[in-house]
Design a protein around this ligand. Structure first.
Ligand code: BG6
Ligand code: MG
Length: 214
């Protein structure tokens, strides 16, 4: 499956650690405050997408219009709610199979990058104690265009010194799968096929990949 692969780019939220549930809870709280409900189905549209773009989608869903100043305040409020949830993350919160997969890839000479939209990525990697796993870290602070724009993955493969066609991306979001395909990379979707139809392969978790031949 991974023949010819020289670089692996991991999304963070929902792939390495289940912070996707905390993003959802924080957005849901904000939606309730604004007077509308926000479901897990709605949330699929926000996965992988930057904080600013996520807020715009949320406001569209609720049919709410606010000023640019209010948008900034709402994005800050959502982040404060979210950051409160992630304070207690620890190494044991790594999703099953993550460590073993990274070790197997490294053992096969594959370089490892993080390709995340989050501006909280370094904080989370440090809470998990895994920052040193990565040869390269591209996060929401190093990109200017949100997934599905391929920028985050293209920067990742450039920094790894690997050609896009020799890279594999692990992603749980539709926007991220689209970004990886636009970057001409192989993409393994983590989650349910319904949301990840354009992935080259979909598995329920990284752990499931270990039972396949790399
Ligand atoms: C992505 C998440 O990884 O990061 C999105 O899937 C989130 O849900 C985005 O909006 C930005 O994260 P942050 O931590 O910078 O608000
Ligand atoms: Mg994700």
């Amino acid at each position: 499956m991974l023949t010819g692969i020289k670089g692996a780019i991991f999304d963070l939220d929902g792939v390495i650690v289940d912070t996707a549930q905390f993003h959802f809870l924080a957005w849901k709280q904000l939606a309730h405050k604004l007077g509308f409900d926000f479901t897990e189905v709605d949330n699929e549209r926000l996965k992988g997408v930057s904080r600013t773009r996520s807020l715009e989608i949320l406001l569209e869903i609720g049919n709410v219009t606010v000023s640019e100043e209010e948008k900034l305040a709402l994005a800050t409020e959502k982040n404060e709610l979210y950051v409160a949830y992630i304070q207690e993350l620890r190494h044991s919160d790594l999703l099953p199979g993550t460590k073993e997969l990274v070790e197997a890839l490294k053992h096969n000479g594959v370089k490892i990058a993080l390709g995340s939209a989050s501006k909280n990525a370094l904080f989370i990697l440090d809470r998990l104690g895994i920052r040193e796993w990565f040869d390269v870290i591209i996060d929401g602070n190093s990109t200017s265009a949100a997934k599905p724009d391929p920028e985050v993955f293209l920067l990742g493969c450039q920094a790894l010194g690997v050609e896009a066609r020799n890279c594999v991306v692990f992603e749980d979001s539709a926007a991220g799968v689209e970004a990886a395909k636009l970057a001409n990379m192989k993409v393994i979707g983590i989650g349910h096929i319904d949301h990840l139809v354009h992935a080259d392969q979909v598995v329920k978790s990284l752990g499931e990949l270990l039972s396949l031949r790399l």
